[in-house]
Design a protein around this ligand. Structure first.
Ligand SMILES: Cc1cc2nc3c(=O)[nH]c(=O)nc-3n(C[C@H](O)[C@H](O)[C@H](O)COP(=O)(O)OP(=O)(O)OC[C@H]3O[C@@H](n4cnc5c(N)ncnc54)[C@H](O)[C@@H]3O)c2cc1C
Ligand SMILES: NC(=O)c1ccc[n+]([C@@H]2O[C@H](COP(=O)([O-])OP(=O)(O)OC[C@H]3O[C@@H](n4cnc5c(N)ncnc54)[C@H](OP(=O)(O)O)[C@@H]3O)[C@@H](O)[C@H]2O)c1
Length: 247
């Protein structure tokens, strides 16, 4: 059977001029929360394919993706033209190791993401497992502008369901913040304001970090945490920092 199948667009939600979500229905293989698949179109007999993280929980047949329309990009501006009822190709089999099964048990889980990279965390948070595995879960979303803080209805419903267990900390870099912290996630870690805001003191004995999104943010945050005695998490050598880069 082909690795690519047709997906029918069920819903398109625009959060801002550049940020949007697609819900599609397709006969894909089961995936794990935190994994990604590929979306693709064929143009002039050539395939254009890119990776996108699942936002929905694995048991939800409405397959959801959160995208940014990258100006001058090859695929995302084309995906931004999709309307309800259109079809797009989707890779049947998901990939990736940015999943809870790869993250050791601990007291605190820190989910640090920039831009559209909040997606895999939202998938993980819509599953039972994470709430059973960690006592304190911190969803930290670094964006340029307040308007880039999409998915507020879902996040608010998670906060209502788990008021004691979940902290949501937006970090806004290019204007005054309406909620959360001002600046970059890296500054908030260096200045300790992130941990003060959550009222938690992460240490290698009690915390795990998942970091996703802008590759420079992933690199800088990893280095910062290593300087605080946290270690990269590897299958053969478990540590505290698990990462995924979006480009
Ligand atoms: C594992 C993985 C998962 C991914 N999941 C998502 C996802 O869920 N949602 C999503 O929007 N993208 C995601 N991406 C990025 C996505 O695959 C494409 O790179 C993106 O859609 C741009 O494709 P393009 O063809 O339009 O632009 P390209 O011509 O490929 O241009 C790429 C440039 O666009 C910028 N860029 C790419 N992705 C992003 C982004 N997400 N946010 C800000 N700037 C970006 C970078 O400057 C990059 O150099 C993921 C990438 C990887 C590797
Ligand atoms: N978001 C928008 O409204 C907007 C508008 C126009 C164009 N775009 C296009 O969209 C893409 C960018 O999308 P985006 O805003 O989602 O992603 P982004 O550029 O990765 O920015 C997301 C967040 O990550 C922060 N960041 C960047 N590098 C970092 C680092 N090394 N350490 C810590 N934090 C870091 C940014 O802070 P800084 O702000 O300090 O960089 C911002 O808060 C580009 O292609 C851009 O041209 C976006």
């Amino acid at each position: 059977m082909s690795n690519w199948v047709d997906a029918t667009v069920k819903k398109v939600t625009w959060w801002s001029d550049t940020l949007f979500s697609l819900i599609v229905n397709a006969n894909v293989e089961p995936f794990e929360a935190g994994q990604f698949t590929k979306l693709s179109i064929i143009e002039d007999d050539k395939r254009i394919a890119r990776a996108y993280s699942y936002v929905n929980a694995p048991d939800n047949p409405d397959l959801e993706f959160y995208l940014i329309k990258v100006e001058g990009g090859l695929l995302s501006p084309r995906l931004a033209q999709l309307k309800t009822g259109d079809t797009v190709l989707i890779e049947r089999r998901a990939s990736g190791f940015f999943t809870l099964g790869e993250i050791p048990q601990s007291e605190q889980l820190w989910m640090l993401g920039t831009g559209t990279a909040i997606g895999p965390f939202l998938s993980i948070l819509q599953q039972k497992e994470v709430w059973q595995k960690y006592t304190h879960i911190n969803l930290v979303h670094g964006v340029r502008f307040n308007n880039d803080l999409s998915y507020q209805p879902l996040i608010n419903s998670l906060l209502q369901k788990h008021p004691k267990q979940l902290n949501y900390i937006p970090v806004v870099s290019r204007e005054e913040t309406l909620q959360g912290l001002q600046g970059r996630i890296t500054n908030a870690i260096s200045a300790n304001s992130l941990f003060t805001k959550a009222n938690l003191i992460p240490a290698p004995t009690n915390a795990q970090f998942m970091i996703c999104g802008n590759p420079q943010m992933v690199k800088d945050t990893t280095e910062l945490l290593i300087s605080k005695n946290f270690k990269r998490n590897r299958r053969r050598e478990p540590g505290h920092i698990t990462v995924e880069q979006y480009w």
